[in-house]
Design a protein around this ligand. Structure first.
Ligand SMILES: Nc1ncnc2c1ncn2[C@@H]1O[C@H](COP(=O)(O)OP(=O)(O)OP(=O)(O)O)[C@@H](O)[C@H]1O
Length: 245
């Protein structure tokens, strides 16, 4: 089967810092991969390398069997197969929730306004905020805004969704509602790469845990195996710190 995501020999430096070291990673369609690792280990950079938001120094990135070029029109087209949700929601402040979700499909995909609105309403319903469609981002809670950000990414009908610490900027009581939307997506068969500190999500929703340290994938296993028997000292240290935190 063609992997939905394939990274082969991916390297990235920031100056002298070798942030991604010969990363090889294949993710099957429908697989949910949680990326864990200490601060600075390269998790965000890995995520951003997958849609080439971060230029890489060498290696190959393929989405559904197609190589993402470094730049150009093909990159824009292929990148829209990859939805991304960040720690900060970055919604357009002066546009309504509905407009936030319809903007990219109408501008980039040239979908008609009516069709984009119908789809946006379905997506807003799916993330539980259909009744907020005419409001502006500032009128919503952080958790609601993050759910809009997820709906906005889904509006482009991506093949893969990347989540980079999507709950880190939220008040604790809002984390659950965002995790629930992500868990629903996982159950629906979306291919997902998720950088998160939510160990509950990792245990319940992930098919795989990838543990990074110093720009390398040190462990790649099931959540059960990883949490019960991490095989490296670095993973044991990491788990010791976060689980006693
Ligand atoms: N634009 C940049 N310029 C220079 N160095 C950078 C840049 N972005 C990241 N780095 C460095 O690269 C390393 C990896 O960063 P990255 O954000 O990928 O790690 P991370 O595992 O996601 O960390 P965290 O858990 O703290 O978010 C860090 O040492 C970071 O300081």
């Amino acid at each position: 089967m063609t992997p939905m995501v394939r990274l082969a020999g991916v390297n990235k430096h920031f100056g002298d810092l070798h942030v991604l070291r010969e990363i090889d990673l294949e993710i099957a369609p429908g697989e949910v991969v949680v990326v864990l690792g200490p601060s600075g280990s390269g998790k965000s950079t890995l995520c951003r390398a997958i849609n080439r938001l971060e230029p890489i120094d060498g290696g190959v990135v393929e989405i559904d069997g197609k190589e993402l070029p470094a730049e150009g029109r093909d990159l824009a087209a292929l990148r829209s197969d990859v939805g991304m949700v960040f720690q900060q929601f970055n919604l357009f402040a002066h546009k309504t929730i509905l407009e936030n979700v319809t903007l990219a499909p109408t501008k980039v995909r040239k979908v008609s306004k009516g069709e984009a609105e119908n789809r946006a309403k379905t997506l807003l319903d799916r993330v539980g905020i259909a009744n907020q469609a005419s409001k502006y981002p500032a009128q919503l809670s952080g958790g609601q805004q993050q759910r809009v950000a997820i709906a906005r990414a889904l509006a482009m009908d991506p093949k893969v969704m990347l989540f980079d610490e999507p709950t880190s900027a939220l008040d604790p009581e809002m984390v659950g509602e965002v995790v629930e939307v992500m868990s629903d997506l996982a159950r629906d068969g979306m291919t997902m790469v998720v950088v998160t500190h939510e160990m509950g999500f990792a245990r319940r929703a992930a098919h795989r845990v990838v543990f990074m340290a110093d720009g390398e994938i040190v462990e790649d296993s099931t959540p059960d195996a990883f949490f019960a028997r991490p095989s490296s000292d670095r993973a044991r240290d990491f788990l010791g710190k976060i689980l006693t935190h």
